[in-house]
Design a protein around this ligand. Structure first.
Ligand SMILES: Cc1cc2nc3c(=O)[nH]c(=O)nc-3n(C[C@H](O)[C@H](O)[C@H](O)COP(=O)(O)O)c2cc1C
Length: 209
């Protein structure tokens, strides 16, 4: 699989006009026949108000012309970073097929309707987990969080509707640049980057590997 993608290369002429259409093509290939385990796992990097970066993996739950959506706790470290500095970077590390996609852009909260619609699709246990975890805060022990979870399970047994936690929801990352990286022989990789132009058009530039 990796060999095949290395041989193919990435040419300007075969790129879609819109980076999200190009992303869809590559995502479909990454997901096909299990080429990549969890192709929707992406690394989100944020920086705090002083510019200090941190990274973590999250699952992309949707993508469309507007960008990439993930769900998290708004009071988490990443949530607080984004509140103070909306510039983020995303990285899809598709090593088995010698590809990566690197996005820069800004993150904004999804609407509450979109968040609620997604929350309702989550398994009951994950819904309770979203309530149980004050994500990124220091806790004294594992028992602390297990106790909170057990209390929530008693209050909302399986089958009972769990409300959406007010501090939990989605972020949509609206891209400003999207780089498609294709591994090639002798480290002479292909790197094609879409750059957003004012007015909604996209320019494509080739980067030296
Ligand atoms: C494969 C994988 C998927 C993950 N998906 C999510 C996710 O969708 N949302 C989330 O908040 N955390 C997710 N996490 C946990 C995050 O990596 C991270 O630990 C958590 O969000 C807290 O990050 P923060 O303290 O930097 O805000 C995932 C971790 C892994 C390894």
């Amino acid at each position: 699989m990796r060999k095949q993608y290395r041989a193919e290369g990435l040419d300007e002429h075969e790129l879609a006009d819109h980076p999200m259409v190009q992303f869809e093509r590559w995502f479909t290939q990454a997901a096909a026949e299990g080429a990549v385990f969890e192709p929707n796992a992406m690394v989100v990097s944020t920086a705090d108000a002083e510019g200090r970066p941190t990274s973590r993996t999250v699952l992309m739950k949707a993508y469309d012309e507007q960008g990439f959506v993930f769900y998290t706790n708004y009071d988490s470290r990443k949530g607080l970073d984004i509140a103070g500095n909306p510039y983020v970077s995303l990285l899809f590390p598709w090593h088995p097929i010698a590809r990566q996609v690197v996005v820069t852009g800004t993150a904004r909260r999804t609407g509450r309707d979109e968040t609620a619609a997604y929350f309702r699709t989550r398994p009951h246990g994950s819904q309770l987990g979203a309530w149980a975890s004050a994500q990124s805060s220091v806790i004294s022990s594992r028992a602390e969080i297990d106790t909170v979870y057990d209390e929530l399970s008693a209050r909302y047994p399986e089958g009972e509707q769990v409300p959406v936690p007010p501090n939990w929801g989605g972020f949509r990352v609206v891209p400003q640049t999207v780089e498609f990286w294709q591994g090639r022989w002798n480290r002479l990789h292909d790197r094609l980057r879409y750059v957003a132009e004012p007015g909604g058009a996209w320019r494509v530039e080739r980067l030296s590997p």
